[in-house]
Design a protein. Structure first.
Length: 218
């Protein structure tokens, strides 16, 4: 089937690429794969062949922290926004339930490697007026500093997890005296380092990095 992206989302993607030209696009997406086509999804073309969703890669070290970007989109409540999903959270635009408020997202894809942005159907989907955009420095700029500041997200980490959140965890553990390799993999050595830190911080030493452990590390 011939398809195209809603022009309002083309505009948003254009603005994101202009603001963060060095960002990774490894987890960017628009039209759905076979897993999406088997269910209802804004990544699937509608009857007119229009796709109403994009994914924007989470790349805080390369410039764009999609968690913070999703927070900004949800706060601004653009008239085209249907909903946004980011890091196990979902929030609605002006026409959805509880507009502007994050709710837990329990889908199989945690959306912690990208944020998902869905746009409304109808004529508004092709509204190409500029989206409100945050200051680059507020979200993360590759050029702004040699060591980008990455604020730990409210994601609970456990043994077996991997990715940039684990890498940040390891950096914080090293800052607190742990001897481990910063490789982004939550293995046995990181698990032992977490438990050791939790014990020193008078926390329950279960090796799970939840809100209290994040707070102590930060």
């Amino acid at each position: 089937m011939t398809w195209r992206l809603a022009r309002g989302l083309e505009k948003l993607r254009e603005q994101v690429n202009e603001a963060w030209p060095d960002r990774s696009k490894n987890s960017d997406g628009s039209v759905g794969d076979t897993s999406h086509s088997a269910r209802v999804s804004d990544h699937n073309p509608d009857a007119a062949g229009v796709v109403h969703a994009i994914d924007i890669t989470h790349d805080p070290h390369g410039g764009l922290d999609s968690y913070a970007f999703a927070d900004f989109l949800l706060r601004k409540q653009d008239h085209r926004l249907k909903y946004v999903i980011s890091n196990r959270r979902i929030g609605s635009g002006p026409r959805g339930p509880q507009p502007g408020i994050w709710r837990p997202y329990t889908g199989t894809n945690a959306h912690d490697h990208h944020c998902h942005v869905s746009i409304v159907s109808g004529a508004l989907a092709d509204d190409v007026s500029p989206w409100a955009m945050p200051e680059v420095a507020d979200i993360g700029s590759h050029a702004a500093a040699s060591a980008p500041v990455y604020v730990p997200p409210p994601r609970t980490l456990r043994r077996g997890d991997d990715g940039p959140d684990v890498e940040w965890l390891q950096q914080r553990l090293v800052a607190h005296g742990a001897a481990l390799e910063i490789d982004g993999a939550f293995g046995a050595v990181t698990y032992a380092a977490v438990r050791s830190f939790q014990g020193r911080a008078n926390l329950h030493a279960d090796g799970i990095v939840g809100p209290m452990t994040w707070r102590a590390l930060a």
